[in-house]
Each structure stands twice: as C-alpha cells, then as structure tokens.
Design a protein around this ligand. Structure first.
Ligand code: SF4
Ligand code: SF4
Length: 101
C-alpha cells in the first residue's frame, strides 16, 4: 500500500474590499464618522484648506475594514467606498459617481 501525498488546497485569492475615503471638500469635521467606526481608524486633522472648517476627518486605510458604517452615517455624504484604483480616478476628477455602496 503506497501512501498518497495529500494535495494541499490552493489558497483562495484575497478579495480586495472597497475602503472608506473622506472627500475633504465636503467634510465639515463634525466627527460623526469617528463615533461609529468599529476599529477606530478615523482621525481629525486641523486645517482650513477645504471649505473653511477648522478640521476634517481622514481615514487610515491601512486599518479600515470596509464596513461602510461611516459612509452611511456621514450627515454630509462625503465618505465614499472605493477600490484603490477608483479612489485615484476620483481624486483625479475622472470618476463622477462614486456612490458605489
Ligand atoms: S461624518 Fe462626514 S462630515 Fe462629519 S467628520 Fe466624518 S467625513 Fe466629515
Ligand atoms: S468603513 Fe468602517 S472601518 Fe472603515 S473607516 Fe468607515 S467605519 Fe471605520
């Protein structure tokens, strides 16, 4: 009787999830998104470069799990869920309808 070498199943390709992105032009710095983020990956940034508000929020996409809670809760609809290549297109002005969630 010969022992058969067990065949290892191939690992499934990792699914790339859309991650959250704050459009700084619409953010008022209200911090509603911070309150709902389950992994605490949204930070405030002090700036008046966009729309005259004193602060805005930025998302640490290395820690974002793509749960979309912040995008649903943003009262100013300025958080979008993007795949990395979509985000670059949006920032470059080539993507007009980023509401993909
Ligand atoms: S909830 Fe929206 S408007 Fe408020 S800080 Fe977050 S991204 Fe900005
Ligand atoms: S999608 Fe989820 S994990 Fe990512 S920033 Fe928004 S609330 Fe946080």
């Amino acid at each position: 009787m010969s022992a058969e070498t067990p065949v290892k199943p191939k690992p499934k390709p990792k699914k790339i999830k859309p991650l959250a992105y704050v459009d700084p032009n619409g953010c008022t710095g209200c911090e509603a998104c911070i309150a709902v983020c389950p992994v605490d990956c949204i930070n405030t940034v002090q700036t008046t470069d966009y729309s005259g508000h004193m602060q805005l929020c930025e998302i640490d996409q290395k820690r974002c799990i793509g749960c979309k809670l912040c995008a649903f809760d943003c009262p100013w609809d300025t958080i979008f869920m993007f795949l990395p290549e979509q985000q670059e297109s949006y920032i470059a002005g080539d993507l007009n309808n980023p509401k993909n969630f």
